[in-house]
Design a protein around this ligand. Structure first.
Ligand code: NAD
Ligand code: UDP
Ligand code: UDP
Length: 325
């Protein structure tokens, strides 16, 4: 890999989003030059405001479905709305973002000989028939449902990554991310952790979809970013895919109860309709990540929720103060 004074220039596409902004922080701390590109669909300048004056940080407004010509050593492709509410808002654009975006980022990686990571997802397993899900499982995805723009877009992006690898020898890293949470999640993006915390802090009813017996496994953002960085640092061809997530599995109802307890909220739980094609259960098999990256999550759900609650508490206080001013 090309390095100038021991430092790389890294493009973080989707860098103003929740995960992307934490990746930018980590790369700056490691001494790299960071080009953060984003179209601000779900990301915000607030997430990276503290980096704007940093001499090794550059922000570019850019849509990944358009070509981008920059000189880089590494690329993290995180550009794609991640919450069901946002990715279903303009499903055609969601598929374009994943598929055309992957082609553009892979074309860029091919020209510059950059190592490139794709933020794929546990959604490639759909509503899984195997539990927990290992990387060798091909998935159970509805190709024509309301979630398909995201799931099939990400699956096609994986196909493109592996074909650019086989056909053009591009140095790819595909990681399949399982539900990740933490500070800088969008307060209104509809994901379960942000919804429950914001509802609890505002004293509003906690909206559990279905009976709340569906399960998810929640990874704290710092653990995930550690996994990204270790994956990108491996030398030699190691395309993956590798699952990154926390194997601790919880029902959505138990998550609701835990958030109520940790916030000390008086909110009550209400039940609403389960969205179409909502996966019944999800939990990563992380054996491969343990073996290849010597990685596993270290932050327990309660500990991660406390940090996330502190973040949203400050955010909501700031918003209220601004409205009152
Ligand atoms: P996010 O919505 O906060 O971040 C996505 C970022 O991409 C935002 O800044 C958004 O503005 C940007 N973006 C969207 N469309 C774009 C486009 N066309 N061009 C340029 N930028 C665009 O979500 P996140 O949770 O940070 O997710 C980041 C990546 O990780 C996504 O690709 C997502 O699919 C993947 N992922 C996340 C999770 C999770 O639990 N957080 C799980 C699986 C996969
Ligand atoms: N591309 C880009 N930046 C680059 C090189 C390529 O954005 O530095 C985009 C460009 O839109 C191109 C796509 O990546 O169409 C795929 O590149 P590739 O070289 O695979 O194919 P091309 O279409 O150029 O034959
Ligand atoms: N969910 C819920 N209440 C909410 C938001 C989500 O019960 O206010 C449920 C949702 O139906 C799903 C789980 O929580 O079963 C995780 O939803 P999220 O949108 O966070 O992620 P994904 O479904 O993509 O895993």
């Amino acid at each position: 890999m090309r390095k100038y004074n021991g430092r790389s220039t890294v493009l973080v596409m989707g860098g103003a989003g929740f995960l992307g902004s934490h990746v930018c922080d980590r790369l700056i701390a490691q001494g790299h030059h960071v080009i953060c590109a984003d179209n601000f669909f779900t990301g915000t300048k607030d997430n990276i405001e503290h980096l704007l004056d940093h001499p090794r940080f550059e922000l570019v407004r850019h849509d990944v479905s358009l070509p981008l010509y920059v000189e880089v050593d590494e690329i993290y492709n995180l550009a794609c709305p991640a919450s069901p509410v946002h990715y279903q808002h303009d499903p055609v654009q969601t598929t374009k973002t994943s598929v055309i975006g992957a082609i553009n980022m892979l074309g860029l990686a091919k020209r510059t000989h950059a190592r490139i990571m794709q933020a794929s997802t546990s959604e490639v397993y759909g509503d899984p028939a195997y539990h927990p899900q290992p990387e060798g499982y091909w998935g159970n995805v509805n190709p024509i449902g309301p979630r398909s723009c995201y799931d099939e877009g990400k699956r096609c992006a994986e196909t493109l990554f592996f074909d650019y690898h086989r056909q053009y020898n591009v140095d790819i890293r595909v990681c399949r991310i399982f539900n990740t949470y933490g500070p800088r999640m969008h307060p209104n993006d509809g994901r379960v952790v942000s919804n429950f915390i914001v509802q609890a802090l505002k004293g509003q009813p906690i909206t559990v979809y279905g009976k709340g017996q569906q399960t998810r496994s929640f990874c704290y953002v710092d653990d995930l970013v550690e996994g990204f960085v270790r994956f990108m640092a491996l030398e030699g061809p190691c395309p993956g895919p590798i699952n990154l997530g926390n194997p601790g599995e919880f029902t959505i109802l138990s998550l609701a109860r835990q958030v109520i307890e940790l916030t000390g909220s008086k909110s009550r739980i209400v039940f609403a309709d389960l969205p179409v094609d909502d996966p019944v259960r999800r939990r990563p098999d992380i054996t491969l990540a343990q073996e290849k990256l010597n990685w596993e999550p270290t932050v327990q759900l309660g500990e991660g929720l406390k940090k996330t609650i502190t973040y949203f508490d400050k955010l909501l206080t700031r918003v209220t103060a601004t409205h009152d001013a």
